[in-house]
Structures are given as C-alpha cells and as structure tokens.
Design a protein around this ligand. Structure first.
Ligand code: ATP
Ligand code: ZN
Length: 286
C-alpha cells in the first residue's frame, strides 16, 4: 500500500482557519467542518484528523499522526517527544504574567511566596526556577484571568495577544515568559516514504510563505535612470526591462521583499520611477 500522511489539525479554535487556509494555498484539497473527525484529501496522499489542540502532541508522539499543527506553547508545555519541522508564522501570541493593576510591580521577585494561576504549569515552573523565584503554581484549565478577583491567586500567567482580556479583568501585563506561533510537528522518527511526503509538503509550504513576504513590482522608468533603479530592484535573478511605446522610457518588472520595498521606495521614486504597481504573489519557487 502506498503511504498516506496523517495530519492532525485543531478541530475548531484559534489555529484552525489558518491551518485550513495553509493547505488550501498549498493546493491540497479536503473537506472539513460539520462535525467531521476525519477527511481524506482528494489530490494529495494525506488524511486529516480534527482534534483538540491539546491532544495533538500526544497523537504525534505515538505515531498515530505523522504531522500536527499546534501552538509552540502547547508543544513545549506538553513536553512530548516530537520534533518541530517548521514554524508557520500564524497564531502568534505570548505567555505573560499579569497582576492586578494596583500592584506595585518592581520585578519578578515580587512573586516570591505568591500564588499564580495558570494553564501552563510547566512553562511557568521552568521560568520561575530560571529566575530563582519560589511561588505556588495553581493549575486551572480556563478563565485564568478571573483568579485574582476571586481571591484564588495574586497573579496569573496566561496567553495574551492584544491584552484586552487582561485589561477588562483589571490586570496589567508585567512579564512575558514565552513567545509562540503555530508550528508543524512530527514524530522523531518517520519512515522513508513518509519523510518524502513531508518534504513534498514542506516544499509547498515554503513556496507559499516566501510568496507572502514578497511582492511583484512593476514600474515605468526613464531610460537614463534605469541603472540606478534596477540596482534597487535585484529581483530573483535580475529585473526584466522592456521598452515602453513612449520613447526614452522602459517598464521594469521585479520581485522585492516587502520590507525592502518600503525601505527603497523613496529612492526608487527619487530616481524618476512612475506608475509603480505592487502586486501580491501566490507562489514563489527559487
Ligand atoms: P481546543 O478546544 O482545541 O482545546 P483551546 O481553547 O485550547 O482549543 P485556542 O484558544 O483555540 O485553544 O488556542 C489555540 C492556540 O492558538 C493556543 O495554544 C495558542 O498557541 C494560540 N492562541 C491562543 N490565543 C491566541 C490569540 N489571542 N491570538 C493568537 N493566537 C492565540
Ligand atoms: Zn486546547
């Protein structure tokens, strides 16, 4: 029987939409939603399992799944024997310590002997040990941010993205202990056949990610400033330059990293470029 990659994704939550979107952009089709637990791709040797994110590292460690997408926070907290294959750049968040707004915070040593509520006892425990602080960790599985107001703890350690949940619960963020994003994990050992499929998938994921960071740029330039402008637009090999119908002008096409674009745009304009178009790229393969 030929190999099929089993890929575990979060069924519904903050990782789901971007995970589904990633496979879509990689051209891998499968059905999801409406309470499905499993789905087979119609055009790639992959089968998808839809699970709670907390269960994914365990399924991957046991080899029930060959790949999984989870937050780095969950992967590290669970401490399972899995390898990180690739960072995916979405579901970015941080794990932070927060205290009631009125607390006079002078540093992490303020937590000495205090109670801290969290769903991440391992990550918090390692951080406190590293900092030489002894505190009582209370593990709770949800609504951590209400712990101080009900007298359960003097501080919390929770996931933050914008900080608005903390604010609305009268808390202030005082220390970030971990930064997370979605990652692709795999068992430490994969068969040769599965590894080949993983490599094929990774090739596609990287092409999608690189494309997102780059833009296709088209502009008109007076011929006498072409050297100056093309030097600012190196492109994948070199820019394409074609003459315009208007005498003395050319059209320049190139690919540019989005950050470089913003850094160079003034110089490009100052050199006489006009009619600058910046176009998203769908896939990019070097
Ligand atoms: P499940 O029901 O699958 O157990 P959950 O409630 O434990 O889901 P979610 O809230 O969906 O988990 O979060 C999943 C992951 O998304 C987190 O582990 C974290 O990596 C990331 N995450 C959490 N909160 C945010 C946020 N506000 N912004 C971006 N990413 C986040
Ligand atoms: Zn969860």
């Amino acid at each position: 029987m030929s190999s099929v990659l089993r890929i575990a994704l979060q069924k519904s939550g903050r990782l789901s939409e971007d995970s589904y979107q990633l496979f879509k952009e990689c051209g891998i089709r499968f059905d999801y939603g409406t309470g499905k637990l499993k789905s087979v791709s119609s055009n790639f040797p992959a089968e998808f399992l839809f699970l709670r994110d907390d269960d994914i590292p365990g399924y991957v460690e046991d080899g029930v799944a060959d790949l999984g997408i989870v937050g780095e926070n969950v992967a590290v907290e669970m401490g399972r024997q899995v390898q990180t294959i690739h960072k995916l750049g979405f579901s970015k968040c941080r794990l932070s310590i927060a205290v009631p707004r009125a607390t006079d915070w002078t540093g992490i040593q303020c937590l000495e002997g205090k109670n801290i509520a969290t769903s991440y006892p391992n990550l918090l425990g390692s951080y406190l040990t590293e900092q030489g602080v002894r505190a009582e960790i209370h593990e709770i599985s949800g609504s951590v941010e209400i712990a101080p107001s009900i007298g359960l703890a003097e501080a919390v350690c929770d996931i933050v993205s914008s900080g608005s949940t903390l604010l609305s619960n009268g808390l202030k963020e005082v220390e970030t202990i971990f930064r997370s994003e979605a990652i692709l994990i795999a068992p430490n050992e994969l068969s040769k056949e599965k590894q080949e499929l993983v490599d094929k998938l990774l090739f596609r994921i990287k092409a999608v990610q690189v494309a997102k960071n780059n833009k296709y740029i088209v502009l008109n330039a007076p011929n006498d400033s072409l050297d100056q402008i093309t030097a600012l637009l190196p492109g994948m090999k070199s820019p394409t330059v074609t003459p315009l119908a208007t005498e003395g002008w050319s059209s320049v096409h190139s690919v540019l990293n989005e950050n470089e674009f913003w850094e160079n745009i003034e110089a490009i304009r100052a050199a006489g470029a006009e009619g600058i178009l910046v176009i998203p790229i769908e896939k990019m393969i070097y």
